[in-house]
Design a protein around this ligand. Structure first.
Ligand code: SAM
Length: 303
């Protein structure tokens, strides 16, 4: 069994992201057999350690399974397939040239690659060494890769014009407000922060793509984390739930103003299932929430 990677060891340089693309599927499958899913508290350090471990073990499977849909240099906001080319949530694509953009929870940095192709200067941050190796494999030309925890960004104040994240980091951290404060700190005033995550309503429903995923089975108001843990009780995967109202309050307290909340509808052309996301459910209930914010207030608690 692999050891936890302590959160304070999360500041490695991207130089480590240089190994060949090999499969870890056997190891992750073996580990998964010993894990049970529970709802229980999970703190900041435990959540970061679990994420780093889980994404290191499962990055190969994730990229193999979803890489074609994501595209090597597309910017896809979620399983519905809405992309930034069409949505323009970061502003007009023509205005991206020269912009300093922070992407958090970047995975293989497909979004950053799309941004770089439009002349932006992206920094792609991820806690998982293995995900960043995939970014290297795809070719990180024009993209700076940085291994770090989104809650402790080793980046200078006001050093970015824009920040974005497609399902990265935010759903996996115990203290999302701390992540938002960090993003606010490194953004210049007036900079946009746009991020997507699982639509909070999905937490009331079983995570199943079929009809069984359409019947309420849990309270939308239960914020207890979802945890997969090993036999010793150590968290191996953690996701955190907040209601829509919680997210708005976290963002406001961190110094952001919400401009828009986009709930992409399931398009006719998209026939693929992605975990609990499916055409059946997508036609009836939202699966993704995209928060479009602007940093127009001083960040609370900045020193
Ligand atoms: C669902 S993947 C999304 C990756 C990419 N944005 C995409 O669309 O494919 C979530 C990513 O968040 C990263 N992540 C999780 N917790 C994190 C944290 N605390 N700090 C930085 N990245 C984190 C994971 O390593 C993983 O690469």
């Amino acid at each position: 069994m692999n050891q936890h990677h302590p959160a304070d060891d999360a500041y490695d340089t991207p130089d480590r992201a240089d190994a060949a693309y090999t499969a870890h599927a056997d190891e992750s499958d073996a580990d998964a057999d010993d894990e049970t899913a529970v709802r229980r508290p999970a703190g900041v350090a435990e959540s970061v350690a679990a994420s780093r471990h889980w994404w290191d073990r499962n990055a190969d499977d994730y990229q193999r399974e979803h890489g074609d849909f994501l595209g090597d240099d597309r910017f896809v906001w979620g399983p519905e397939g809405l992309d930034e080319e069409r949505a323009g949530l970061l502003g007009p694509a023509a205005g991206l040239a020269g912009q300093r953009v922070l992407e958090i929870g970047a995975g293989a940095a497909q979004c950053s690659r799309w941004l770089a192709a439009r002349g932006a200067r992206p920094v792609a941050v991820d806690v998982s060494h293995r995900q960043l190796q995939h970014a290297r494999r795809l070719g990180a030309g024009g993209v700076t890769l940085l291994q770090a925890d989104a809650g402790r960004l080793p980046l200078a104040d006001a050093s970015f014009d824009l920040a974005c994240s497609a399902y990265g980091a935010v759903p996996f951290v115990a203290d999302a407000e701390q992540v938002f404060r960090e993003v606010r700190r490194v953004l210049r005033p007036g900079g946009r922060w746009v991020f997507s995550l699982t639509h909070p309503i999905r937490w009331a429903l079983p995570d199943e793509p079929g009809p069984e995923g359409l019947t309420v089975a849990a309270s939308y108001f239960d914020r207890t984390p979802y945890v997969e843990q090993d036999e010793s009780g150590r968290a191996r995967y953690v996701e955190h739930h907040r209601t829509l109202g919680d997210r708005v309050r976290e963002l406001t307290r961190a110094g952001f103003r919400l401009l828009d909340l986009v709930e992409p509808e399931w398009p006719e052309w998209n026939h693929q299932e992605w975990g609990g996301w499916s055409p059946l459910r997508g036609r009836l209930i939202p699966g993704t929430a995209i928060f479009v914010c602007v940093a127009d207030a001083p960040a609370a608690g900045r020193g």
